[in-house]
Design a protein around this ligand. Sequence first.
Ligand SMILES: *[C@@H]1O[C@H](CO)[C@@H](O)[C@H](O)[C@H]1NC(C)=O
Ligand SMILES: *[C@@H]1O[C@H](CO)[C@@H](O)[C@H](O)[C@H]1NC(C)=O
Ligand SMILES: *[C@@H]1O[C@H](CO)[C@@H](O)[C@H](O)[C@H]1NC(C)=O
Ligand SMILES: *[C@@H]1O[C@H](CO)[C@@H](O)[C@H](O)[C@H]1NC(C)=O
Ligand SMILES: *[C@@H]1O[C@H](CO)[C@@H](O)[C@H](O)[C@H]1NC(C)=O
Ligand SMILES: *[C@@H]1O[C@H](CO)[C@@H](O)[C@H](O)[C@H]1NC(C)=O
Length: 170
Amino acid sequence: MKAICQVRTLSLLFLVCIAIVNGATTIESVLKAKGDFSDIIEGASEAGILSLYNNPSATETVFTPNNTGLLDTLSDLHIGAFQALELLQNHTLLKQLLLYGTVNESISIVSLSNGTHQFPSMLGPNLTLVKNSTGAFVNDIAVIEQDIAAGSSEIQVMETLLIPPNVHIS
Ligand SMILES: *[C@@H]1O[C@H](CO)[C@@H](O)[C@H](O)[C@H]1NC(C)=O
Ligand SMILES: *[C@@H]1O[C@H](CO)[C@@H](O)[C@H](O)[C@H]1NC(C)=O
Ligand SMILES: *[C@@H]1O[C@H](CO)[C@@H](O)[C@H](O)[C@H]1NC(C)=O
Ligand SMILES: *[C@@H]1O[C@H](CO)[C@@H](O)[C@H](O)[C@H]1NC(C)=O
Ligand SMILES: *[C@@H]1O[C@H](CO)[C@@H](O)[C@H](O)[C@H]1NC(C)=O
Ligand SMILES: *[C@@H]1O[C@H](CO)[C@@H](O)[C@H](O)[C@H]1NC(C)=O
């Protein structure tokens, strides 16, 4: 799509191309438009798995904190800025974290019953989602903004980062 656009010099055609490119709603495009998720997108890009977020035909659910929630997670774990940069270079770890926060199906929290639900993460281990009168929680971490549609996928904004069992960040 982009290649076609670049060879067009006629301004009208160029505008048409831009409209088509922008028209493909993905998890990445929605997170970018929200503007507070650049760190998670950069992490996915660094780890070489941005395809997890930019496939317009995907039907999945991404559970992710915003930039502040990510910083909160690091500070809860007593990880400083320098160490965070080192962690960002560990692509194995980044992949584990991002795959754990992704489920290969569309989950609409509003349409779930109250109670406990299990969903297999793309990393493997299940995520445990509880919906009750307080709200929705995944592994006891609050969902602070739920059911943001991104094409046929959903984004669930978490208070902090979901960390897989047996993965140690330090
Ligand atoms: C990178 O992360 C993996 C998976 O969490 C861990 O096993 C490994 O020790 C880490 N590597 C470095 C160099 O910290
Ligand atoms: C996701 O699920 C679809 C079927 O709904 C399947 O075709 C696809 O291989 C799955 N992808 C992964 C990465 O598990
Ligand atoms: C994971 O969740 C699925 C339902 O999505 C369930 O069938 C399975 O038993 C769960 N696995 C574990 C280990 O709890
Ligand atoms: C879930 O519980 C809340 C609060 O108790 C209630 O208002 C709501 O109707 C329940 N939703 C479902 C789907 O049962
Ligand atoms: C709802 O579930 C969360 C997470 O498990 C829990 O912390 C909270 O106390 C529950 N709220 C109620 C009213 O049971
Ligand atoms: C970002 O996440 C933090 C921590 O979970 C939350 O307090 C804040 O309200 C969120 N920001 C926005 C703009 O939703």
